[in-house]
Design a protein around this ligand. Structure first.
Ligand SMILES: *[C@@H]1O[C@H](CO)[C@@H](O)[C@H](O)[C@H]1NC(C)=O
Ligand SMILES: *[C@@H]1O[C@H](CO)[C@@H](O)[C@H](O)[C@H]1NC(C)=O
Length: 352
């Protein structure tokens, strides 16, 4: 109840900032806005994040867009699973989802969130929406090489996106403990996912598009490609534990947890987690599990969306309904269409 009011307030605020920045004022005049007022009002920022917000108010809307992008992709990737990227405690919308357990799902959330922010910042740079960045000028050679190939156009400035995403999202980790090491690692895995998936776009020149010479630039892939990539990493997520450096009170780095006492660091691109996931079958607020009661499932599927797995063996309810739609449209010259109404009886299944 309190949480939902909180969310509405934040969304309202984001919308407000969006209107102010997006429609009424050009980016250059944003500085004239009392950014300290906006930055103080966004709930859940750490002091360091508040200070970054005040220095770069133009980037805050972009960060919000990045978080939304990550969240949408998370919902898509997990649509057929027990945990569907929806948590009980969703008040902190500006930063995606909060997780009480350091699970694989928490790991995915951080990685996709960080990838979303990196992506949107990089995009905003290319579109000239942010003050301190634009296209990547280092990727502009000006002359064709022996193969008739040159860098040109606007190459996406991924470096700025990576740096700003790291600065802002890692500034959320104020504690020095295992969980913050995990979160920061997954933030990095998310940034790396964007970097690894950058693409090259080219334009051909020459007689009737014969491509004797071409100009190329680096470009962002679709965000779906990045989502699929992080989902693969999630499938191979590494269980880790912490290691303290000598004479150090706080854990200093993560190592892969194995039976043998061998110290192996996870790769930078690995998604890492500290704790077993809850099974997400039952409603358990402490573990961040909503339970699957009422979720729709597929009676014939043997995958995670199948009723057996989705409903955790509790069984399912069958609902019958009639689907109606317009069909068999015939177009007549000119300009109208005759259509029929088609209908079909369908069944839907929901978990008990
Ligand atoms: C996600 O799951 C929750 C509860 O398990 C449910 O209320 C919600 O509608 C689901 N969302 C989607 C998009 O399926
Ligand atoms: C249910 O699962 C089957 C088998 O995986 C699939 O062919 C079918 O399209 C699914 N139905 C829906 C409504 O998703």
């Amino acid at each position: 109840m309190g949480a939902s009011r909180h969310t509405k307030f934040l969304l309202g605020l984001l919308y407000f900032t969006y209107c102010v920045y997006g429609n009424f004022l050009s980016v250059s005049s944003v500085v004239a806005l009392p950014s300290n007022i906006i930055c103080n009002k966004i709930p859940g920022l750490t002091p360091r994040q508040r200070s970054i917000c005040r220095k770069r108010p133009d980037a805050i809307v972009t960060i919000g867009d990045g978080v939304k992008l990550g969240l949408r992709e998370c919902h898509y990737q997990f649509r057929n699973r027990r945990w569907n990227c929806t948590n009980i405690d969703q008040q902190n919308t500006m930063f995606g989802i909060t997780h009480s357990v350091g699970s694989k799902e928490a790991a995915f959330s951080y990685a996709i969130n960080s990838a979303g922010v990196t992506y949107e910042v990089t995009q905003a740079c290319s579109l000239g929406r942010l003050k301190r960045c634009s296209c990547d000028r280092s990727k502009k050679t000006g002359h064709y090489d022996a193969n008739g190939w040159k860098w040109g156009g606007c190459s996406a400035d991924i470096k700025h996106g990576l740096k700003f995403s790291r600065k802002f999202l890692d500034a959320r980790e104020i504690k020095e403990n295992a969980r913050s090491l995990m979160n920061k690692h997954n933030n990095r895995a998310g940034r790396k996912a964007v970097k690894e998936n950058m693409e090259t776009g080219c334009k051909c020149h020459g007689v009737s598009g014969s491509c004797t010479t071409k100009t190329c630039w680096t470009t962002l892939p679709t965000f779906r490609k990045i989502g699929n990539y992080i989902m693969k990493k999630y499938g191979r997520a590494k269980l880790v534990t912490t290691l303290k450096a000598k004479r150090n009170k706080v854990p200093s780095h993560l190592i892969i947890k194995r039976l043998k006492n061998k110290h192996t660091k996870p790769r930078r691109s690995d998604v890492v987690y500290l704790e077993k996931s809850p099974n997400y079958c039952d409603h358990d607020p402490l573990k961040g599990s909503l339970g699957t009661v009422g979720r729709t499932c597929n009676r014939t599927s043997t995958e995670t969306d199948g009723c057996d797995l989705m409903c955790c063996g509790r069984g399912y309810n069958t609902h019958q309904y009639t689907k109606t739609w317009t069909c068999n449209c015939k177009f007549h010259w000119c300009c109208y269409a005759n259509c029929n109404k088609c209908s079909e009886r369908t069944e839907e299944y929901t978990c008990k």
